[in-house]
Design a protein around this ligand. Structure first.
Ligand code: MRU
Length: 347
């Protein structure tokens, strides 16, 4: 296989390298990983994050496990690797989608042919993600108000995906088409994906970005400085309910109050038709120290009780449109989601 690289993920045929997103934008440091357990640690510890990127990394984690097993690689001997990777983070369904695809590859083969098939599959998951995001962005651009300024949350860019990005991909394409005037990026406490990653990505592309604290969103909307909100997703259920970074739900409520479009951009791999509604989504609870401190600097009493849900669920009723690489679902509900996922829609 040729080397496969994207802004945060590199596969060279033997090892997986991940850009350590915990250190951005201050340091650009790549970690090289050799086994599935280290990939699972990297996902859990936020070296790599963002739903599609987690799925890509996990797929390569399975390849690393298979390479270690060599002639002994089989669906049965890979089971430990699948389990350790699946236990890394619970909310983003792309992780489980990617592992399921890899599991299907592993079903009928063993040894060398299995390793080759798994590597092909992981590389395909990686490279096709960027192409899907480009298609998704083409569908998403017309949803943004012409001449508008757009609010986004967390990081949904090239760092969170195989390239271009989901919500940030729509923003990139909209800027290139001259459709939008600029972007507000919410800083996204506690991991600061908005300030550390989104503002960094947008500045590299020379897209005008203004960084704000998360609690500024309502004020900006009230003042007419935002014309639409666009975010990514970690899991979209059969009825269109959407889990995304904590704070997304509040933005959707605010957007509805101010009559602004609230758009979700995500690949089909983020849709989980197996869950009826957002109430069934497993919301990751992360360590309290992520809230008590910032980069090792203590900002709260050491023993204060903390709740740190990493995601929240936005009900479909608050979503103006979900955009995927297949098109747009306006005012999503269970019927429209099912129609979007059906074979007929694909044809
Ligand atoms: O905790 P993170 O940084 O993995 O959360 C990421 C998000 O919530 C993103 O908005 C989502 O994964 C979409 S990324 C294209």
């Amino acid at each position: 296989m040729p080397e496969i690289t994207s802004p945060a993920i590199r596969w060279n045929g033997e090892t997986l390298s991940l850009l350590d997103q915990r250190l951005l934008p201050g340091q650009t440091h790549w970690l090289t990983l050799h086994d599935a357990a280290s990939v699972a640690d990297a996902i859990r510890d936020m070296v790599v994050r963002g739903a599609p990127a987690i799925g890509i990394a996990a797929a390569y984690g399975v390849v690393l496990a298979a390479r270690r097993l060599g002639d002994g690689a089989s669906a049965a001997t890979l089971e430990d690797a699948f389990s350790v990777l699946a236990a890394s983070r619970p909310t983003a369904v792309n992780l489980f989608w990617a592992l399921n695809r890899m599991r299907q590859e592993a079903a009928a083969l063993t040894g060398g042919p299995l390793i080759t098939a798994l590597e092909h599959c992981a590389c395909d998951i990686h490279t096709s993600d960027q192409a899907m995001n480009q298609r998704l962005a083409d569908f998403g651009v017309p949803l943004l108000p012409d001449g508008g300024c757009i609010y986004t949350h967390c990081n949904t860019g090239a760092l969170a995906t195989g390239g271009h990005g989901t919500a940030l991909g729509v923003i990139r394409s909209a800027w290139a088409a001259g459709r939008i005037t600029g972007v507000y990026a919410g800083e996204t406490r506690p991991w600061l994906q908005g300030s550390r990653l989104t503002s960094w990505e947008l500045m590299q592309d020379r897209i005008p970005v203004t960084l704000v604290v998360d609690s500024a969103a309502g004020h900006l909307m009230q003042q007419g400085r935002v014309q639409a909100v666009i975010v990514g997703a970690d899991r979209i259920t059969a009825n269109g309910d959407t889990a995304n970074k904590i704070g997304t739900y509040s933005l959707a409520v605010l957007a509805r109050h101010h009559g602004l479009p609230f758009i979700v951009a995500a690949p089909l791999s983020t849709i989980d038709p197996g869950l009826a509604s957002g109430a069934a989504i497993d919301i990751e609870e992360r360590p309290g120290d992520e809230v008590r401190g910032v980069h090792g600097h203590i900002i709260a009493p050491a023993d204060v009780r903390v709740a740190n849900p990493a995601f929240d669920v936005t009900p479909a009723a608050l979503i103006s449109a979900i955009v995927t690489e297949r098109g747009v679902i306006h005012s999503p509900d269970a019927d429209k989601m099912a129609a979007h996922l059906s074979d007929k829609a694909q044809a």
